[in-house]
Ligand binder design. Structure first.
Ligand SMILES: [Zn+2]
Length: 475
């Protein structure tokens, strides 16, 4: 059995204003406050294309290795829905702005992008009950009407659900890096519909479309579920109807929404109120050249030029804010190895534990630099360093303040430590005996005891040396 997967992805562009009017592009404002006659489709109101939308669409198309067309045009996609007062959506159906792109997965496989077109979003419904059929009332918020989107349609090049997930994650990282979208699936800024069919070598199932997938995890889960369901039906000799299904994250299953027979005929026709979209070769070239380094190239550079571990390089290169932070830390004089390890293991650990996105203001560069320096020069222990970092993250105080307040300066002075070492040795005669019988590994036990007594402030290297000296001296 082989599965064939294609994706259709809607991405909200983070332009300042909407696609065809000057309303603010703000989804979460008070309901129905960012609206005007154009985006709500009042009779006689005329759309005017926002040039920033064109700029963003071309940026995305260039970053996704597409052919960008100097001439494209807008069409109407007609359908009735309460959150679409115009009764049609402006999109690009016959002549999209870009075609023939791709994203390469980590294993080198290229997932082709068939087309990218500009369109507008519709409004949003709120039902008084979980499902529309059970609702006794519904409200509509038209703030989202006219928010610019690009739709990215792939070729059915993916064979495994994990590939679809990887594609989506890479797409999000690219869109964020070039600054055209927040790429946030949970907030609806990136929405994915997946088409899937299963092929057993002799025959192929009908194509099923899964809608409403709102997280990267669910892209994979929904496809795994659907492939299993179709495979089972085929093995039982049942017919798999061509239909649209929705992913229900509460039951972790897909449910039928509508069959092919009931699917809309959108009666596409050219949008009469908008001129043909013409962009010059020079403009396309300028945008291509202005693109920043994309996550994959960046990860490769970190690995090959800076010697960062592959796994760390990938994490650091994903987010522009994170990679800038890393690069600044290195510029400030911290080794790439230290910088990458500290950021990935410790700093991100703090944000992840709180379920927060990384924010460089919580752990300023100069503070992290100081913590790393203190650790490398044995001024504070590794353990104390983690404590200082957590406190910087929590309170925003400087490492110097924290080290002083918590009295964390490492004790490496032998005279100060020798009495504690003696104490620990005196408390553990049985372990001393083991050492004398040749079990030298118990040194670590004594070092641990001293670290505990000094609350992590002792320099373990000095302690280890003292322990050996004293134990050897006793025999
Ligand atoms: Zn408007």
């Amino acid at each position: 059995m082989k599965s064939v997967i294609g994706l259709e992805i809607h991405t909200q562009l983070s332009t300042k204003t909407k696609a065809f009017c000057s309303c603010k592009n703000e989804v979460d404002a008070e309901p129905n406050t960012n609206i005007c006659p154009v985006c709500t489709g009042q009779p006689g109101a005329l759309p005017v294309l926002n040039d920033e939308v064109v700029e963003y669409a071309i940026r995305a198309a260039a970053a996704l290795n597409c052919e960008i067309h100097e001439v494209s045009s807008f069409d109407r996609k007609n359908y009735f829905y309460p959150d679409l007062p115009k009764g049609y959506q402006i999109t690009q159906y016959f002549h999209p702005i870009a075609t023939n792109g791709h994203i390469a997965l980590d294993n080198g496989k290229k997932i082709r992008i068939r087309r990218i077109h500009i369109e507008e979003d519709a409004g949003k419904m709120f039902h008084s009950s979980e499902t529309i059929t059970q609702a006794t009332s519904s409200l509509v918020d038209l703030n989202r009407c006219g928010i610019p989107l690009i739709e990215i349609v792939t070729e059915p090049d993916m064979e495994k659900p994990e590939e679809a997930r990887e594609f989506m994650e890479k797409l999000r990282d690219i869109l964020r890096t070039i600054g055209v979208s927040t790429g946030n699936m949970e907030e609806g800024a990136l929405r994915c519909d997946a088409n899937v069919s299963v092929n057993d070598g002799e025959r192929s199932s009908s194509r099923v479309e899964v809608k409403n997938i709102n997280s990267f995890k669910f892209v994979q889960k929904a496809l795994e579920y659907e492939i299993k369901r179709i495979t089972k039906a085929m093995e039982a000799g049942e017919n798999v109807p061509q239909e649209t299904r929705g992913w229900d994250s509460s039951t972790k299953s897909t449910v039928s929404m509508r069959s092919k027979e009931a699917e809309n005929d959108y009666r596409y026709f050219p949008e009469p109120d908008l001129p043909v979209l013409v962009v010059s070769k020079e403009r396309i070239e300028r945008i291509r050249k202005s693109l920043p380094e994309l996550p994959d190239e960046k990860a490769k550079r970190y690995e090959e030029e800076l010697g960062v571990k592959k796994a760390n390089a990938k994490i650091l290169a994903k987010e522009i804010s994170l990679s800038n932070y890393f690069e600044e830390l290195v510029k400030a004089g911290v080794s790439a190895k230290d910088a990458s390890n500290w950021i990935v293991n410790e700093v991100l650990g703090l944000f992840n534990a709180d379920g927060l996105e990384f924010n460089d203001e919580r752990v300023p560069i100069e503070h992290l630099k100081k913590i790393i320096e203190y650790t490398n020069t044995s001024k504070i222990s590794r353990l104390a360093a983690k404590e200082v970092l957590a406190e910087v993250y929590k309170s925003g105080k400087s490492p110097d303040e924290i080290v002083k307040e918590k009295n964390l300066l490492q004790v490496s002075n032998e005279d100060e430590l020798v009495s504690v070492v003696k104490e620990v040795i005196a408390e553990n005669p049985e372990t001393v005996q083991k050492y004398k019988n040749g079990k030298t590994s118990v040194v670590g036990f004594f070092v641990g005891g001293v670290m505990k007594k000094t609350k992590g402030k002792a320099d373990p290297k000095v302690v280890g040396k003292l322990v050996k000296q004293l134990l050897d001296g006793e025999s």
